[in-house]
Write a protein that binds this ligand. Structure first.
Ligand SMILES: [Zn+2]
Length: 501
């Protein structure tokens, strides 16, 4: 090899190494820009407890609960139940394995198991009214156990959480504004938020309404508004969930006042975000739009509900119309499925609500969580990955697997209201497409497949936020109109056979 050839070879080697470094470097950056969404754990410490073991647990500090619960839980449970300790740990560990360094974690609500108060009284052997302080202590310890597990796996990652309808001292759908639960949860959760919040502003808005503003780590132009949408639910403080003489926590029905106060708060926050040129994300538990669970499950005896009270829905739609220039995306929980809702105005998509799959398998789904890949400069969400656990196979129960990756499955280049609308409209027009069959397959994380004839019900639910529009959509697809439930909890309580429990 002569000198010139040697130089050329060296140069080629140098260029090759440079390209390798460049690729490796960018691959690392791209990998680092991820966030995790994990939701609806519904931690259930009651399963397998007896009155004597309950007493041991109730007397122990939260730090001792793991060793005790490990002896009480032998399996990860089964669909139709909430998450026991082992399932919760399995989910959070799997999330760590698949997203070791997320920018942040979003938790769209529901820390506590369904029917918390009833189940507590049953296993405690005494009523909440008999010893309200013991009940509150037990409830906050259960939340502390969930928090400790998240912190163990993600010691330095801000965890941006909202409350779900089951997170309350008073009862389901009963978060007392300025009440004891909000006050205690605020003190407990504040360290999980790190420097994403202004402590004074957080203390004030969370204690009064369960809402707060947070800056999103790694995304300088973006801001998260955490909304307590339980106040907008059609089941908020309904007689259905009347705590009666429980008397644990000064629970009384404040009517629609907190819902309107939250709307006022949201209005001023959107104005502030516009002034400060921030892109706004929402985090809430109950998404707006329809819950059509029974329509989907029981064709012929169908029941659907608007999840928010109409007066809040109207105010909300006006608000997002006015501030559509600052809105980016919304993350929610509540239905437990890998689902979507699209707010549309004048027939055009405005805001996408990405509904998170639940860890709790109570509604017949497999447990799941999702990671989202994002470009920190533009905030474009380029992909997401859904991970799931096949609960039916207890032999391999520790094997959480990649359920699907959106980039390859749906060929989306970015996740937003427009791209999601296009995707679901395409499925409407092409129910035999691979996209439609993937949606049917993954909706409940592979636990069962949506039948082809029911697909339109799901698509009409995603694309229509009010009952009249939803009913017209069904009619256009030759499907019968479902009955409108008086309140949304009626529909939810049918889901997964909860009424029979
Ligand atoms: Zn839930």
């Amino acid at each position: 090899m002569d000198e010139a050839e040697r130089m050329r070879s060296e140069n080629r080697r140098f260029v090759f190494l440079l390209v390798c470094w460049w690729v490796a470097c960018f691959a690392t950056v791209a990998k680092a820009a991820e966030f995790l969404v994990i939701s609806d754990i519904h931690f259930d410490p009651f399963t397998t407890l007896t009155q004597p073991t309950f007493k041991v647990l109730a007397d122990a500090p939260a730090s001792r609960w793991p060793e005790l619960l490990k002896t009480y839980n032998q399996t990860l449970g089964a669909t139709g139940n909430d998450s026991n300790y082992l399932l919760m740990v399995s989910a959070i560990s799997a999330a760590k394995a698949h997203t070791p360094k997320p920018l942040f974690i979003l938790y769209p609500g529901d820390f506590l198991a369904h029917q918390w108060q009833e189940r507590y009284e049953k296993v405690a052997g005494k009523s909440i009214a008999d010893d309200p302080a013991a009940y509150r202590q037990f409830t906050m310890r259960a939340i502390e156990v969930v928090t400790n597990e998240i912190r163990k796996q993600f010691p330095d990652v801000p965890v941006l959480a909202t409350l779900g309808n089951d997170d309350s001292f008073c009862g389901d759908y009963w978060i007392q504004p300025d009440g004891m639960f909000l006050h205690q949860f605020a003190d407990h959760w504040q360290p999980m938020l790190g420097s994403t919040i202004d402590a004074d502003a957080f203390g004030q808005s969370f204690r009064s309404l369960g809402a707060y503003r947070a800056e999103l780590p790694g995304l300088a132009a973006d801001r998260l508004l955490v909304l307590n949408s339980v106040y907008w639910s059609g089941s908020y403080c309904s007689s259905y969930f009347d705590p009666k003489d429980q008397n644990c926590c000064q629970c009384h029905n404040p009517g629609t006042k907190p819902g309107h106060a939250l709307m006022d708060w949201l209005t001023s926050e959107l104005e502030l975000a516009r002034k400060q040129q921030k892109r706004v994300w929402f985090l809430m538990h109950v998404p707006p739009g329809l819950d059509s669970y029974i329509e989907e499950k029981d064709s012929g005896h169908s029941l659907a509900a608007e999840m928010w009270q109409p007066e809040f829905m109207q105010r909300y739609l006006k608000l997002i119309d006015e501030y559509r220039d600052v809105l980016h995306i919304s993350f929610t929980g509540h239905t437990h499925m890998d689902d979507f809702r699209i707010d549309r105005l004048d027939g055009k998509p405005v805001l996408l609500h990405k509904i998170a799959p639940a860890v709790s398998p109570i509604f017949g789904n497999n447990p799941g969580f999702q990671t989202f890949q994002i470009d920190p400069q533009t905030s474009v969400i380029s992909n997401w990955k859904t991970y799931s656990l096949n609960l039916a196979d207890q032999q391999k129960y520790k094997l959480w697997k990649l359920e699907y990756e959106a980039r390859t499955t749906y060929q989306l280049e970015s996740l937003n209201a427009q791209s999601a609308e296009q995707l679901f409209r395409f499925m409407h027009a092409h129910p035999d497409s691979t996209f439609a069959s993937a949606f049917r397959q993954h909706y409940n994380m592979g636990a069962s497949v949506i039948s082809p004839k029911d697909l339109s019900v799901y698509l009409c639910t995603i694309l229509n936020a009010t009952y009249p529009l939803f009913a017209t959509c069904l009619q256009n697809h030759g499907l019968a109109q479902p009955k409108l439930a008086e309140e949304p909890a009626q529909v939810r309580r049918h889901a997964g056979g909860m009424i029979a429990k």
